[in-house]
Design a protein around this ligand. Structure first.
Ligand code: NAD
Length: 357
């Protein structure tokens, strides 16, 4: 396959800021079509980025646009339906996060991918950050030994996205901060841990800022052309989960859209040979050598454009037939863990056994 012809479904913040520019910057890719139910935004985006074909109905894009691949960049409740329909139409699919928030939904998408023989990839962009790639290499080279405990999170002090729109409407988002930004931290850590089999989850969720919530500015205001936000806010603004794994490891994960705390993105990873701390100050590896404790600060050469790296990987998988970085069991287990966190939180923190999901 020489040029890969691509369509984007959903022309909002992430499409305008990341997917569309990344496709336009990737050699061997032609961005030929875009779909959005919001016609005003559809016209604005098609004009701004010079995308030749536009559709208000994504089924028409799948049938008429003569494309090889799509990015699904719509609100969460549409991810399964659109991914499955695109796969059935013979398209390779890159689906935004959260791919699914129920194990059963993730399984349904991956079964459709298997049946179609096409590539299905979760848009887990944090895996492509330079520090993530360096850490993964260290871990795969055995430098950390067995990873037995990790804690991490994605914490915002004031950063509720799209207040009053689909992000904060449970019917359309399926939940708040845990599956919006918590899933970035969870997916990346789970992948770094080597994707062990999760056994149980306990969770807690809170909505402390319902009455004095502030819009955090995502999607960027200039991308919200013609959007209507009805004003609903019925999802959590803070969530945490404690997960145990069949190999004996445990993970504590937390996320917040709003809290009286410091904004941060962090991970502390403990292995039998070494550990790592990553936070806004950088990456530090803690080890021991010749009887001395040793702190190492890897000098990571360059920060890549993670969205472009993600799109390049998707294109490479389509061309070469190799399996995407997001493996089916990882996508399913991340969805099951999130489902478990919400189920446990609804039941006063009672442990949920993931074999039941
Ligand atoms: N990877 C990341 O870092 C990242 C960042 C932000 C958002 N996201 C994810 O991207 C997705 C979109 O988020 P966003 O911030 O772009 O939201 P957004 O509201 O800006 O954009 C969503 C777009 O989908 C369109 N849409 C709704 N229903 C549609 C339909 N039936 N057919 C076609 N288009 C439809 C809307 O009109 C809107 O333009 C979400 O799943 C979100 O979680 C990922």
């Amino acid at each position: 396959m020489e040029t890969i012809r691509v369509g984007v479904i959903g022309a909002g913040g992430i499409a305008q800021r990341s997917h569309i520019p990344a496709y336009l910057n990737t050699p061997g890719v032609e961005l030929v079509a875009v779909a959005d139910i919001n016609e005003k935004k559809l016209n604005y985006v098609a004009d701004k980025f010079g995308i030749p074909r536009k559709f208000t109905n994504y089924h028409d894009l799948l049938e008429q646009a003569d494309i090889d691949a799509v990015s699904v960049c719509t609100p969460n409740y549409l991810h399964k339906e659109m991914s499955v329909n695109a796969l059935k139409a013979g398209k390779n699919v890159l689906c935004e996060k959260p791919v699914a928030v129920r194990g059963a939904d993730a399984r349904e998408i991956l079964e459709a991918a298997e049946a179609s023989g096409k590539v299905f990839m979760g848009a887990m962009v944090q895996r492509f950050r330079s520090a993530s790639q360096v850490l993964k290499r260290f871990i795969d080279d055995g430098k950390f030994g067995d990873i037995y405990y990790v804690k991490g999170g994605f914490i915002r002090r004031r950063g509720i996205p799209g207040l009053g729109g689909w992000f904060t409407t449970k019917e359309k988002s399926f939940g708040g901060c845990m599956l919006d930004i918590g899933v970035h931290a969870l997916d990346r850590i789970y992948w770094l841990m080597g994707a062990p089999e999760p056994v149980s989850v306990s969770g807690a969720t809170f909505q402390a800022f319902k009455d004095d919530a502030i819009d955090g500015g995502w999607p960027p205001l200039e991308t919200r052309v013609g959007d209507v936000y009805p004003g609903i806010n019925d999802v959590e603004d803070l969530a945490s989960g404690y997960i145990t794994f069949a190999n004996g490891a445990a993970l504590f994960i937390e996320s917040s859209w709003a809290g009286n705390c410091e904004t941060t993105y962090y991970m502390q990873l403990l292995g039998t040979k070494a550990g790592a701390l990553q936070d806004p100050r950088g990456l530090k590896v803690f080890g021991e050598d010749s009887g001395e404790l040793l702190d190492i600060e890897p000098q990571i050469a360059t920060e890549v454009n993670a969205f472009e790296a993600e799109i390049a990987h998707f294109m490479d998988c389509i061309r070469s037939g190799k399996q995407p970085i997001t493996k089916p069991h990882e996508i399913i287990n991340v969805a099951k863990i999130i489902e478990g966190i919400y189920k446990s939180a609804e039941n006063g923190g009672k442990q949920v056994m993931l074999a039941d999901l």
